[in-house]
Design a protein around this ligand. Structure first.
Ligand SMILES: [Fe+2]
Length: 449
């Protein structure tokens, strides 16, 4: 009975769509044959045809941004429509399937559905990455994507994505939300919703200060419980904050793993479209970009465990920092600088000499689920984010046993921690503020040049 009803509904939808879509679609390049039937799928169905659409930084965010998405294997081409702030289309670009890459890195990986059922990911798709360029600086844009294919009846079918927004760099002052460690896991949707709510809380706080909210989001890793689960990325990217802002991110240890503890930086790479300026084997995973006057160097801890791996990363960081003329230099990695419970040293000891040598202003980490902010140590302030999922936080912190002279502030709320940061940058200084779930500012540091 259900099946019959479904067939009837899809019949109604298809005929309704065919009626309005017999006209030549604006994106059609070759004049269509008269008897060609066009089917524009209803908007609500389009989540089934677009996977993990998200906006990532371009290498220079004042003039370019990257976008990432997946579509079904039978897609013949996609069209990216770029719109100005009023929603008017100002550019459209047709991208044949030959511009995409067939992605199978998540296919067959043991995973879990939102209802708790175990399953193997069915994830063979075409992965597109595309650079929106040139863009004007200090400007808001939006875009949507259509995908096009021919169905078994010879009809030309198209689906349209949601609309995604971004803001280019170029303003004298700008702001970003910094968040991490929400371990999105569909059977426990509260993790993702807690983090998304926290992003909105940071935006409201920013709006209270500057009247417009923040400009983009920086995540410091562990956004997925298992990055090998393609469905986890796909579900996460449907959340509104991924449609409203560009997200620059790091590969966390969770993003790098499967349910069965296999590891690959490809899970993060194929779920994003970061600049491909990282070192050998880390292209699109480690990367650098400038947003306004600030250089961000993004690292992948998972390939820095050995001293050879660390040396390789440090050579690239040194070179990237020395080539940049950006006023402020920020280095980001997923692992913590200090262990929050006792204050003992973690990644700090591996990086401090290089940061001192290269004049890094701000070092951002995460992973420990306990917020720490250091004093200014030589030139650098070290900060690590708290968790934000209301579930996987650390126990409440005890007395500081180590590095009392280095650590200025620690914070968490025990296992049920939700927090994030607001970063405000102008021509003279960076200010970072820790906010709790209620939008209360708990800690604040200003780094002046
Ligand atoms: Fe984490």
């Amino acid at each position: 009975m259900k099946k019959i009803l479904l067939i009837c509904i899809s019949g109604i939808l298809l005929s309704a769509c065919s009626k309005s879509s017999l006209d030549t679609p604006e994106e059609s390049v070759t004049p269509p044959k008269k008897d060609t039937v066009y089917v524009n799928l209803p908007k609500d169905s389009c989540n089934n045809y677009f996977y993990s659409v998200n906006t990532c930084p371009g290498e220079t965010c004042s003039s370019e941004m990257n976008i990432s998405w997946g579509v079904k294997l039978n897609t013949e081409y996609c069209i990216v429509y770029l719109m100005d702030e009023t929603g008017k289309t100002i550019r459209q670009t047709k991208l044949p399937a030959s511009k995409a890459e067939k992605c199978t890195v998540y296919d067959g990986i043991y995973s879990k559905k939102a209802n708790g059922d175990n399953f193997y990911e069915d994830a063979k798709f075409l992965k597109y990455r595309y650079t929106l360029s040139p863009l004007s600086s200090n400007t808001k844009y939006s875009y949507r994507i259509t995908s096009h294919w021919t169905d078994s009846k010879g009809r030309k079918v198209s689906a349209t994505s949601d609309t995604y927004s971004l803001k280019t760099a170029g303003a004298d002052s700008w702001t970003a939300c910094i968040i991490s460690d929400f371990h999105s896991y569909p059977p426990l949707p509260g993790r993702l919703s807690s983090a998304m709510k926290m992003v909105e809380t940071v935006n409201s706080y920013a709006k209270g200060k500057n009247g417009k909210g923040f400009d983009w989001v920086l995540h410091l890793g562990d956004v997925c419980a298992w990055g090998g689960s393609w469905s986890f990325w796909n579900i996460m990217y449907r959340e509104k904050p991924f449609k409203n802002w560009m997200w620059a991110g790091l590969n966390g240890n969770h993003d790098n793993m499967t349910r069965q503890s296999a590891y690959s930086n490809k899970f993060f790479k194929y779920a994003t479209a970061n600049p491909l300026n990282g070192y050998d084997g880390e292209e699109g995973v480690c990367y650098s970009f400038t947003y306004g006057n600030t250089l961000f160097v993004m690292l992948n801890n998972e390939d820095m465990a050995t001293s050879a791996g660390l040396q390789k990363a440090q050579a690239w960081v040194r070179q990237t920092l020395s080539r940049s003329s950006a006023k402020f230099k920020v280095v980001c990695e997923h692992y913590q600088w200090f262990y929050g419970g006792s204050g003992s040293t973690s990644q700090y000891s591996r990086w401090k000499d290089l940061f001192d040598e290269c004049g890094v202003d701000l070092a951002l980490g995460a992973n420990n689920h306990i917020y720490i902010r250091s004093h200014k140590l030589n030139n650098t302030v070290y900060i690590q984010t708290p968790s934000s999922d209301n579930e996987r936080g650390e126990d409440l912190i005890g007395e500081l046993q180590y590095n009392q002279d280095l650590i200025a502030y620690r914070w968490n709320e025990g296992p049920k921690t939700i927090g994030a940061l607001l970063m405000e940058v102008n021509q003279n200084q960076i200010t970072v503020t820790l906010l709790d779930r209620n939008g209360q500012a708990l800690d604040n540091v200003t780094i002046s040049k």
